[in-house]
Design a protein around this ligand. Structure first.
Ligand SMILES: NC(=O)C1=CN([C@@H]2O[C@H](COP(=O)(O)OP(=O)(O)OC[C@H]3O[C@@H](n4cnc5c(N)ncnc54)[C@H](O)[C@@H]3O)[C@@H](O)[C@H]2O)C=CC1
Ligand SMILES: O=C(O)C(=O)COP(=O)(O)O
Length: 606
């Protein structure tokens, strides 16, 4: 974190992958900061202006301090939805726990400024991920720091429920206060030793539903208590379960055999109300339920019925469909139900860990790194990213060039990208390149910001089909790519020479000495570095053309950075590609067009 507050020693922009914001004036890339799992990305940061992070729920001090090194931190708790929507338009990042609903309205109200939502915990069911993705907003979570706390809470609830700890404690305390208020010793009425006889855990079967991080820690601890542990998780590898002596079973088998059922799956469309009238009916009579996952995985009305029917003997719940639950909640009132107010992650240690984990992820994202805990964007490891960096620039520029070559009204629908590489296909991650080509294709013709988070969504929304193809080259796979080709089918071009023999607008480029170059336009070979802007001219190949165009641009004070001519055959047609540092005036472009041998030309912004 040391360098975070200082203006970064940045190399100049090679791209931007997160949306711009009002404070963004320069684009910079940063060197890799941390070990595996952290990737160097790029984000817009101005020299001087600090981003603003809204912390909407209580976060550990260590996390706040980390955030303050890099950003202005606004800790505003208990905001109403309206207040959150009002504040968010002034914030670049938002940090929440489970108590804040980050709805579509929040993303809309941010008007594109919000770049990252940090969930200081695991469950992201309170964040509208689809809306975040559509708005190009990265969502990160802190998936590991509270695992043990949640598992310990699950075990604590199970033991407390089995031995009626909460109920007995409440009764003894009630006896005490009644005695005090009546000045009588009523303690013996509340010293109900026989009422609170519990059940033992040893030898009982515990079904862990959801054998992920928390579930497997619960299983490990339950085995230590002498329980027989089974688990149900359609996606968990059997060998991981076997390694801790847990048998993976079907959902129905878990229900039918368990004495205790502990829920540890995320709340999703498939897990919503997974315990319901029908599934309670399949359980062993007298089963005990523990829920430290999400309230929504249980149909709470069905649980009340199952308690009344004697199917469920007891339940211990940390989470509820609505939090806090309504005051008339039958479930909460039921003596057989032990409740805690969503305390699973609430240990000093876990909160400290979660706060640091999320602060690092949010700062990292704001600085341009993509955190390992990104929930709605592909994770590209740092090594891959470093290697792909020049190709990322090439990809975006080829997309920009291709779309600018299209004649107005053509409508881009189908784009084919070809990657030529000596690398085996599974050794070349093209998600980043595809996202950047999409960015290049869309940004010049719309007001939408495209980044790694929303590229695929934006393409789909615009009906843009991007297909990818690999050409496997012979030779040493030293560099990841030999060339990238972008072809747009079924369009007309404002520069006819950009149409290939097969009828598509085609541009091709490669990276030379770390710099992206355009190497082909239509069927013409060229070689021009993709910096500044570009003029493409088709002319009759004859002596003096380079000089004519060059001196014309010189007279207009336009600096030529690169020039290259590709021709079909001597004295036939040729395409001249001219890189220019400054945009030429309309007049200069008109004069180029008036040179008699020039048949067509186009000016393209990179
Ligand atoms: N009460 C609290 O304060 C806390 C609650 N949690 C909640 O605990 C849950 C689990 O967290 P982690 O273990 O960290 O997540 P995880 O992602 O490591 O594990 C979830 C597991 O559920 C499995 N799963 C998904 N669908 C399933 C289904 N239909 N049936 C059975 N298993 C299914 C997944 O394959 C995965 O193995 C989350 O909902 C999280 O929000 C986590 C921490 C604290
Ligand atoms: O991490 C989770 O999924 C939790 O449920 C913890 O929630 P909290 O951060 O304590 O509101």
């Amino acid at each position: 974190m040391a360098a975070s507050a200082k203006p970064p020693t940045a190399s100049l922009s090679w791209t931007k992958l997160l949306p711009s914001s009002p404070f963004a004036t320069a684009l910079v890339s940063f060197p890799r900061r941390k070990g595996p799992g952290k990737a160097v990305f790029v984000v817009a940061v101005s020299s001087g202006a600090k981003p603003t992070v809204l912390v909407a729920e209580k976060l550990g001090e260590a996390g706040i301090s980390l955030l303050k090194e890099f950003a202005n931190v606004d800790c505003s708790y208990n905001l109403t939805q309206e207040e959150l929507c009002t504040k968010i338009s002034l914030c670049d990042a938002l940090i929440v726990r489970s108590g804040t609903k980050v709805t579509r309205d929040v993303f809309e109200a941010s008007s594109g400024r919000l770049k990252v939502v940090g969930r200081a915990g695991v469950g992201i069911d309170n964040v509208d991920l689809a809306a975040a993705t559509e708005h190009g907003c990265l969502v990160v979570n802190a998936p590991t720091a509270n695992t043990v706390a949640a598992a310990e809470h699950g075990i604590a609830l199970m033991a407390a429920m089995a031995r009626n700890i909460a109920q007995a404690s409440e009764a003894v305390k009630a006896g005490l206060s009644l005695s005090l208020s009546l000045s009588l010793s009523l303690m013996k009425w509340k010293w109900q030793r026989s009422k609170y006889v519990g059940v033992s855990l040893v030898g009982k079967t515990l079904a862990v539903m959801g054998f992920g991080k928390v579930g497997s820690e619960v299983a490990r601890r339950a085995k230590g208590l002498g329980m027989h542990v089974i688990a149900h998780d359609p996606y968990a590898p059997a060998d991981r379960a076997r390694a801790i002596g847990v048998e993976l079973v079907s959902f129905d088998e878990a229900l039918a055999t368990a004495d205790f059922i502990s829920l540890h799956m995320p709340l999703t469309a498939t897990t919503s109300k997974v315990l319901n009238d029908e599934t309670f009916a399949k359980m062993k009579k007298g089963v005990r339920i523990i829920n430290v996952a999400r309230g929504g995985v249980i149909d709470e009305e069905a649980l009340v019925k199952a308690l009344d029917a004697g199917i469920v003997a007891q339940a211990a719940l940390d989470v509820f469909t609505v939090e806090p639950p309504p005051t008339d909640s039958k479930l909460v009132k039921d003596e057989r139900v032990t409740v805690t107010p969503h305390l699973g992650a609430s240990t000093m240690e876990a909160q400290e860990g979660v706060a640091i984990e999320i602060a690092e992820a949010v700062v990292g994202a704001l600085r341009g790194e993509l955190a390992a805990t990104a929930v709605n964007a592909p994770m590209v490891p740092a090594e891959v990213l470093t290697e792909l960096k020049p190709y990322v620039g090439l990809a975006e520029k080829l997309g920009r060039l291709a779309v600018q070559l299209i004649a107005g009204g053509s409508g881009v629908k189908s784009v084919k990208v070809t990657y030529a590489s000596a690398r085996a296909p599974d050794d070349l991650d093209t998600r980043l390149l595809r996202a950047m080509i999409t960015k290049g294709l869309i940004e010049p013709i719309s007001s939408v910001f495209v980044n790694l988070v929303n590229a695929d969504f934006t393409a789909k929304q615009r009906g843009l089909r991007i297909s990818e193809e690999r050409i496997l080259l012979d030779g040493s796979p030293e560099s990841p790519l030999e060339f990238i080709q972008v072809q747009i089918a079924n369009v007309e071009s404002k520069f006819a020479s950009a149409i290939s023999e097969s009828g598509e607008v085609k541009v091709e480029g490669k990276v030379k000495d770390g710099v992206p170059h355009l190497t082909k336009v239509g069927s013409f070979e060229v070689d021009v570095s993709l910096e500044g802007s570009l003029i493409l001219c088709r002319q009759v190949d004859q002596p003096g053309m380079i000089g004519k165009v060059g001196s014309l641009l010189g007279e207009e004070n336009v600096n030529v950075s690169f020039m290259s001519v590709g021709r079909i055959a001597p004295r036939k047609q040729a395409v001249m590609a001219i890189g220019v540092d400054e945009p030429p005036s309309k007049d200069a472009l008109k004069k180029i067009g008036e040179i008699p041998a020039i048949e067509e030309f186009v000016y393209l912004k990179l």
